[in-house]
Write a protein of this length. Structure first.
Lengths: 252, 252
DNA sequence: TGCGCCTCAATTGCATGCAGTTTGAGGGCG
DNA sequence: CGCCCTCAAACTGCATGCAATTGAGGCGCA
């Protein structure tokens, strides 16, 4: 059985699927930052399809939460709030505990090899760009989910992992992936050993540490509302609230 | 005003959203059985929109796993395998444990009243059709999820609950909902009391019992004409009155 | 009668066109 | 000098048209 994701339900056509995959990748590698605009025409032109198809792809990505669609407005890469990021990680923890619970002691030799190969790749990518490290780290988790042979679980884990990726690019500082890689190795070891409780707790703490490293504080960042950013400054001024800002300076 | 779910990302347009909601409802009330065909034209005519919109709606539902889309083939209501049903319930259990964990002891008076009102409605519907009971039971869980104020959790719980509904119509015998209603009341009580562990275990066993009741022989469903089935669902909103009754859609 | 090929209506895949809405840039006015 | 108003360009919402694919019934042939 080739480990074909081949989500039976997700991508109706190949062209739409192609665009979805490309955009997903661009988003999780932060080539497209949260808030980036995604006009249908430009997408269509870039991928050599009509607006109809680009539109459909955006619809799918919106259903996954990677893109925000508002009526009559240009689609943008989603900008999850800090709270949403926290929620996503909470959900992710539960889902991935389920993954490793199902997998503990049940991996084939081939699967173990595949996992090790992947972590090796993560290792090699450590000197490369952060974007690639983050993508590989995420793909490790998706690889695990795939091994459960549960399409539903695969879909949810993938989605929520992508969303978490998104939040990393918003709220995280430069990624130090060493520990993550070691934790991945530890998880593989525990899976092979078949220690269900151990691997679930490993996965829990792994994700928890990633989350807490990433979501330390609602960092003032590009994409946040200007008025929020200025709130602390406004308090100091003579009690008068900021009545009106002259033309909002568009951040990018 | 009304506490509308208003999923920010899911339904790009209102027309698409309308069709999605109508079809979702038709599916979980088993007016559309698994395997029922959903040709774009027929949907478009029934709802007074073009194929483009119907197509988009089908795409969304496919992303939710309620509909199966295969290239160049008529879309059909999803027919989850028994294993997929089991997986869906496993995921659902974890997600809903998360819901009640977040909610335990944190419900406002208004929310408690809302839950009680809903369960009362379930009670009253006990004599009505099974379809309505099942829908109400599902909506109880979605109502709970909504109270977490976590859009992501709401979306996942809703999706997976709908999927479970689907499987019930495939593998379950006539629903005896009394116990479910009592279990709902017990969950509310534990939530109010704030006993986190208790409510999590209650939710677990509640869903587990629903799931294990769903291990019966598959029920062969005879299909009616799609346009007739959808007639009552098309009324919501200002749908065009399309009087034309085109060819009969034969449902397998 | 039974089996396989062939044809055609039904249906999807996709592009394009038109109408309505939003954006944002420039000019006039206080 | 800054604010508001206006208007055009940009963009989305949606319908329609044409080509490609499917699969189901009909026909011929053994």
């Amino acid at each position: 059985m080739a480990p074909r994701p081949a989500s039976k339900t997700a991508e109706p056509s190949d062209k739409v699927g192609l665009i979805c995959r490309a955009l997903r990748r661009a988003i999780i590698e932060q080539a497209l930052a949260p808030g980036a605009k995604l006009p249908e025409d430009s997408l269509g032109e870039r991928f050599g399809v009509s607006r109809t198809i680009a539109r459909h792809a955006l619809g799918q990505l919106a259903a996954e939460g990677l893109v925000e669609l508002r009526r009559n407005r240009i689609a943008v890469v989603a900008t999850p709030s800090w709270q949403e990021a926290r929620d996503a990680f909470d959900i992710r923890i539960e889902l991935e505990r389920l993954v490793v619970r199902q997998l503990a002691g049940k991996l084939t030799k081939a699967q173990i090899a595949e996992l090790n190969t992947h972590v090796d790749a993560e290792d090699r990518a450590r000197d490369g760009s952060d974007a690639v490290s983050i993508r590989l780290a995420t793909e490790f988790h998706i690889l695990l989910a795939n091994m459960t042979n549960s399409p539903i679980l695969v879909r949810y884990v993938s989605e929520v992992a992508y969303r978490c990726c998104l939040t990393l690019s918003l709220y995280s500082r430069p990624h130090s992936s060493e520990c993550a890689i070691n934790e991945h190795r530890a998880i593989i070891a525990a899976l092979v050993k078949g220690d269900e409780a151990k691997v679930m707790s490993l996965m829990h703490s792994h994700l928890d540490s990633v989350a807490s490293r990433a979501l330390v504080a609602p960092a003032p960042q590009r994409g946040r509302d200007l008025l929020d950013i200025l709130a602390p400054y406004a308090e100091e001024g003579e009690g008068e609230r900021v009545v009106k800002m002259p033309k909002v300076v568009r951040v990018r």
